[in-house]
Design a protein around this ligand. Structure first.
Ligand code: HEC
Ligand code: HEC
Length: 78
């Protein structure tokens, strides 16, 4: 019995993370601008506050881009 409860507990964690990850945020586009952008530092080259494509004012402030936008995923764009 204890084993089953433990199993349920283990399963709840990834499930919760999965549901959170479904929150709608546009993915990093798959184009020439983004294909070589692999680190957050790369993102700021274009999306930093004083750059040409700075993020809008109501953009969430956190700077860990990939936590929300996800890395470029070529396999989804045959
Ligand atoms: C070479 C410049 C450049 C770099 C580097 C870059 N971007 Fe962009 N990004 C753009 C431009 C230009 C647009 C707007 C045109 C477009 O949608 O492609 C854009 C648009 C976006 C969008 C909005 C897409 C949409 O559907 O509205 C997201 C999200 C984004 N970038 C995330 C990132 C992330 C995360 C990184 C770092 C991995 C990054 N960008 C690096 C130039 C860049
Ligand atoms: C806490 C979650 C979160 C983080 C972290 C995050 N974003 Fe966003 N981003 C969003 C949301 C939500 C939107 C607006 C809805 C959409 O377009 O998907 C957005 C939109 C954008 C857009 C297009 C619209 C706009 O506001 O200009 C760009 C470009 C973008 N993000 C770039 C970045 C970059 C670059 C980073 C890292 C420095 C980053 N984001 C980190 C959640 C996040």
């Amino acid at each position: 019995m204890k084993g089953i409860l433990y199993l349920l507990l283990i399963l709840t964690v990834p499930l919760t993370l999965y549901i959170l990850s479904l929150e709608t945020v546009s993915p990093t586009p798959y184009d020439d601008n983004h294909i070589n952008a692999k680190t957050v530092k790369d993102c700021f080259e274009c999306h930093g506050d004083d750059q040409e494509y700075a993020r809008s004012e109501d953009h969430p402030p956190k700077d860990q881009c990939f936590k929300c936008h996800g890395p470029v995923k070529p396999e989804e764009h045959e």
